[in-house]
Design a binder for this molecule. Sequence first.
Ligand code: FE2
Length: 378
Amino acid sequence: MPSSVTLDATGNVLTLDHDGATYRFHAVWLRDNALDPDTRAPGNGQRLITIGDIPEGVSLSAAAMDGDSVTVTFQPEGKTVSYPCAWLAQNAYDRDQRSDLGWMDDTVTTWDSSQEAPSFDWADVQQGGASKRDWLAAVARLGFAKLTNGPTTEGALTDVADMFGYVRETNYGRYFEVRTEVNPTNLAYTGLGLQAHTDNPYRDPVPSLQILYCLENSAEGGDSIVVDGFRAAERLRDDNPEGFALLAGYPARFEYKGSDGVCLRSRRPMIELSPDGQLIGIRFNNRSSAPFVDVPFDKMEAYYAAYRQLGDYIDDPEMGVAFKLEPGESFIVDNTRVLHARKGYSGAGSRWLQGCYADKDGLLSTLAVLSDVREAAE
Ligand code: FE2
């Protein structure tokens, strides 16, 4: 069916019928998103106008189909601009918008212990192309992925970050050692088991990716466990919506001052939602939780009950995916979603991991570029 376009009597709303769907657009939105070279720089695609450059009371005086495009004229500028129908359909906002508390994007798949750890080969992903894309796509969709057959050289973990972005340097250094220390500055540097947690919740912004890389692992125990925090939050939302709303609705507090010259603090919720309710982050870490002082007195007990319930889901053996890293193996976690834990270790042998942080924006950027290349090739 051919596309068609109409204007309302005021010239403020354009209606497009395209591919069996109907979309409305406001004049001000169309003007702001004009694709002409005076509005968008042809080279880098960046917008050349500000909101103040759009005349107040902007309206449409004409709209017509022109092949697969819609051509409109804006007043009072008298400016004529075309938009491909496919572009308008792709960017349509006149649709059912989600607003239920804790909704997740279609690109996210939550999981439990039945999930097999996605595993990729170092040499394959180093080559780029489809293997690299699939590796990054697994991190984007599931929030974690293993990498195997890497070198057993110190600092190799920074090469992992370099494959898609940049290391985030912190007070722990460009990367840090995770092995038993005398007088540790952090309980991670002991043989103790660690409850599943997200790292550095006391930092704002939190590092959104962590890479843990194994150099030695002959000790008894020391398995790594990952837990999908989004699945845990989903369970809490379904079983105790009021508790979910409390953990999302009030900031927790986190703090770290375990070494000289460092005092990191944040005030963020354990379950973070976007303004329209999308689940966007989990912060959960018993070691660095500070006193919660932002929850009203009459809600504190319910808040703690919800915190306990979320912890129960996180500790539930049905939730965790466990694996023991071999030397040269590593994994990435989305530190805004997937919690990691460690079983205690002791006795003969050694366990030596190195860890570093990186950020998801670089990973998602590289993934988008690799995905665009694939789409262009198809
Ligand atoms: Fe950790």
